[in-house]
Design a protein around this ligand. Sequence first.
Ligand SMILES: Nc1ncnc2c1ncn2[C@@H]1O[C@H](COP(=O)(O)OP(=O)(O)OP(=O)(O)O)[C@@H](O)[C@H]1O
Ligand SMILES: N[C@@H](CCO)C(=O)O
Length: 303
Amino acid sequence: MKESDMLIIKVPASTANLGPGFDSIGMALNLYLTLEVERADKWEVIPLSEEMASFPKDESNFIIQIAMKTAERYNQELRPAKIGVKSEIPLARGLGSSASAIVAGIELADVLGNLNLSRQEKFAFASEIEGHPDNAGASVFGGLLIACQTADSVDAVVSHDIDFEIVAVVPRKELLTKEARGVLPEEVTFQEAVTAGAVSNVLVAALYSGNYDLVGKMMKNDRYHQPYRRELVPHMAVIEEHAPQYGAFGVALSGAGPTILCLTKPGAAQGLIAGLQKVLPDMDYLSLEIDQTGSKVYSMTGI
Ligand SMILES: Nc1ncnc2c1ncn2[C@@H]1O[C@H](COP(=O)(O)OP(=O)(O)OP(=O)(O)O)[C@@H](O)[C@H]1O
Ligand SMILES: N[C@@H](CCO)C(=O)O
């Protein structure tokens, strides 16, 4: 990065799991965390949207901490910068806000430290920090991602060809991922694991073959996490009951919740929102698309 540059880092939100793809499937969404980065004599974070005002304004800010950790991994020290931060991603609602902040920090280290990281390197480090690759991978690559993280490696297949309309039903109250992971069992039986894996396999095959009715059925049939998290998200059953009549073919918990993800047939999103507002008026409704680009960095001159 040159002294006079103002760089923009733009990272998409994401939804994870799509039901049975627990800690494995992610999809990038067109809501963004944006950083405006300029060289400075000391670290400074300027909140440019309301929710960002609650975070530290110095180098203890999470995004800067991630940037420093990334630089350290590559034996670099970062010179400070002034960073304007704005976000359209609701916090702790199951739309990948923490993963987008991690990816933004890695992108920040990449530009400030001239690290020249590949997308795979950014994906691997973001997944390591987040602990699972679904949200992090979607934020890095965009599109629909099927990923697998083991102790030795993290691998993903990313598709930019799959597309459908999305409605996110967002409760006004936060649910931290830590709490929603706390209700999951420590063990399942071998037979349960086999069935849960089979449901996930059919979901992926149905997604790739465009069999959206089967996609919806598999989203609902998840055995890994939704049965345990239902008690935290009572609005989910209401949406499952009413959404199909307004054109949704699939309903699932978005990430760890509490947002509910509805996938709709083309042109059905507005009707779905109007229909659901009648039964659940106290929710926010977002009509969204898949982000097919992933995280990107550009200068104010548009390069
Ligand atoms: N831009 C940001 N700057 C600093 N911290 C952030 C930022 N975005 C998210 N966080 C941190 O991440 C927390 C939310 O992470 P959490 O994993 O609980 O939910 P989520 O990522 O929004 O949802 P999910 O993981 O289910 O998709 C926030 O409470 C905050 O501590
Ligand atoms: N796969 C994760 C996504 C949320 O971070 C979960 O469901 O807990």
